[in-house]
Design a protein. Structure first.
Length: 129
C-alpha cells in the first residue's frame, strides 16, 4: 500500500450542504411570486427538502477504507480506479477524478475532516509529488 485511510463522514461537507440548500430555499421565498403560484413554490420547497434529506443520507454513508497501491490504483467501496486528471486541491478538501478498468468514471471529494491529520498530509504529499 502506498497510502490508506479510514474515511468518516465530513461535518464540514454537511454544514456546506445545509448552507447551500438553505440559501436556495430562502431565495425561493424571497422572490416576489404571484399568489396563483403559491402551490408551485410549496411543491418546490418540498422537493428541495426531500433532496436535502437524500444528500445528507448519502454523506453519512461516506465511510470506509480508501487506499492506493503501488500501481496507482485507488480502491474505494468495491471500486477500483485510476486518476484521470490532476486532483483539484483546496485547503479543506480535494477532488479525485477516477476511471475504472471498464471505463466507468467516478469522483471522490475527500474532505480534510474526514480523515486524520497525518493521513491528510500524507495524501497531499502523495498527490503533489
Amino acid at each position: 500500500m502506498r497510502w490508506q485511510s479510514e474515511l468518516t463522514p465530513s461535518a464540514f461537507a454537511r454544514r456546506v450542504t445545509l448552507a447551500l440548500y438553505l440559501a436556495i430555499a430562502l431565495g425561493l421565498l424571497w422572490l416576489p411570486w404571484p399568489p396563483p403560484l403559491t402551490p408551485f413554490i410549496v411543491g418546490l420547497l418540498l422537493l428541495l427538502i426531500i433532496e436535502l434529506r437524500q444528500r445528507l443520507r448519502l454523506q453519512r454513508r461516506f465511510r470506509g477504507p480508501l487506499t492506493t497501491d503501488e500501481n496507482r490504483w485507488w480502491h474505494w467501496q468495491q471500486q477500483r480506479g485510476r486518476v484521470t486528471r490532476p486532483p483539484f486541491i483546496l485547503p479543506f478538501g480535494l477532488l479525485l477524478l477516477l476511471r475504472t478498468q471498464q471505463g466507468k468514471r467516478f469522483s471522490l471529494w475527500l474532505m480534510r475532516d474526514s480523515m486524520s491529520e497525518a493521513s491528510w498530509r500524507a495524501l497531499r504529499r502523495l498527490l503533489k509529488g
